[in-house]
Design a protein around this ligand. Structure first.
Ligand SMILES: NC(=O)c1ccc[n+]([C@@H]2O[C@H](COP(=O)([O-])OP(=O)(O)OC[C@H]3O[C@@H](n4cnc5c(N)ncnc54)[C@H](OP(=O)(O)O)[C@@H]3O)[C@@H](O)[C@H]2O)c1
Length: 344
């Protein structure tokens, strides 16, 4: 089965059993990823406590109403807090085993226009999560990152690169037996808030006569929420600290995506927006030196002197010199039918 076949439900559920009896906290738990991850966790495991950490009470209230019927054991906790608030994080991390850090400001134009806000949430927030984890019983922290963090050209990507560096270096502070930190990096999530797919769908529903296309050559990596959640769960089970885990996922041209959503509808060229790339890169040539490949994912290994490859990576092979994993040189491509099936 390749990654396009298994985009709806990538795992057998085994990875989820590691959460049985554990206390798990998801920052940004009311976001697209967080909601899906928590729903999946409630269905597939029996955690001791499941804490949703975010700022907006309304999103938490709505999520609580939605998920209470699934919460058979009464494990859900809704914690209002800001990742910019270190003491609040320390309070929230008490008796937590695993942290999934999904809170972020993630819109490229928002970050360009509000750089201080982006840095406070994405960079200082990462630092405070590390501090809080080091002062508590947390054993594993996995932070969500993006392809935009590899060779970044916009502040969102640069702030996520800084965040990645903070999490990877945190392993140097925790000492042996202390908390472990790793990163998962992937591309555009279909149907997540702010994604081009719901944007195109809305335009079509509103009777648009054409769809705006930035550049007909543009390509992007695509992943579904179920696949992202499964990959994050699996990576938490695999991590020994300091890795960047990257799933093998398909690419699609922006024009094919528009054709899949509105077959036959004309395209209107609007030009690349500030801070946008023509193609996204997940692994650069420089990262390739430390990258190893498994059947369905890559791992960028840390360059710590003390790091030794865990047993599960024994079968992994180093990638070729000058390897580059980008959305334009991908070997897997999404076709219109598969995309339509995936987004319903
Ligand atoms: N969506 C994608 O295409 C994509 C692709 C690659 C990587 N990622 C990464 O995946 C992660 C999750 O993305 P997503 O699509 O789920 O984002 P999202 O739907 O925009 O959700 C973001 C979440 O973060 C919370 N949040 C924002 N600022 C916060 C703060 N200062 N303190 C606490 N919580 C805060 C938001 O809730 P409140 O506003 O209520 O606080 C919300 O729950 C992000 O790290 C993103 O960079 C996303």
């Amino acid at each position: 089965m390749n990654s396009v076949d298994n985009m709806q439900d990538a795992s057998t559920g085994e990875a989820w059993r590691q959460f049985d009896g554990k206390s798990v906290l998801v920052t940004g738990g009311t976001g697209s990823f967080g909601k899906h991850f928590i729903r999946r966790l409630l269905k597939s495991a029996s955690p001791r406590r499941l804490v949703i950490f975010s700022r907006d009470e309304m999103k938490q209230f709505e999520m609580q109403n939605e998920l209470t019927p699934l919460d058979k054991n009464g494990v859900l906790r809704f914690f209002i807090g800001d990742v910019r608030d270190r003491s609040r994080l320390e309070m929230a991390f008490r008796r937590i085993d695993i942290v999934i850090h999904a809170a972020a400001l993630k819109q490229v134009p928002t970050a360009e226009y509000n750089p201080f806000e982006c840095i406070h949430t994405n960079v200082l927030g990462a630092e405070y999560i590390v501090h809080a984890a080091l002062r508590s019983d947390v054993s594993r922290v996995i932070a969500l990152s993006t392809d935009k963090a590899a060779s970044p050209i916009n502040l969102y990507g640069a702030s996520k690169l800084a965040s990645d560096k903070i999490f990877l270096a945190a392993n140097n502070l925790s000492g042996s037996g202390g908390a472990r930190f790793a990163v998962v990096r992937y591309g555009n999530v279909m149907a997540s808030r702010g994604s081009v797919i719901p944007f195109f769908q809305r335009l079509v529903a509103e009777g648009a006569k054409s769809l705006p296309i930035t550049d007909p050559r543009m390509t992007r990596f695509w992943i579904t929420l179920p696949m992202a959640a499964d990959f994050v769960a699996a990576s938490i089970g695999r991590m020994s600290g300091g890795e960047i885990f990257i799933p093998k996922i398909p690419s699609m041209k922006i024009t094919s995506l528009a054709d899949a959503i509105a077959p036959g509808m004309p395209h209107e060229l609007v030009g690349i927006r500030p801070g946008e790339k023509l193609h996204e890169v997940m692994i650069t040539e420089d990262d390739a030196r430390n990258t190893i490949e498994l059947s369905d994912h890559y791992v960028i290994q840390p360059s710590f002197g003390y790091w030794s490859r865990p047993a599960y990576l024994e079968s992994a092979k180093p990638v070729a010199e000058n390897f580059r994993y980008a959305s334009d040189n991908n070997t897997q491509w999404l076709d219109a039918d598969t995309l339509r099936k995936l987004i319903g």
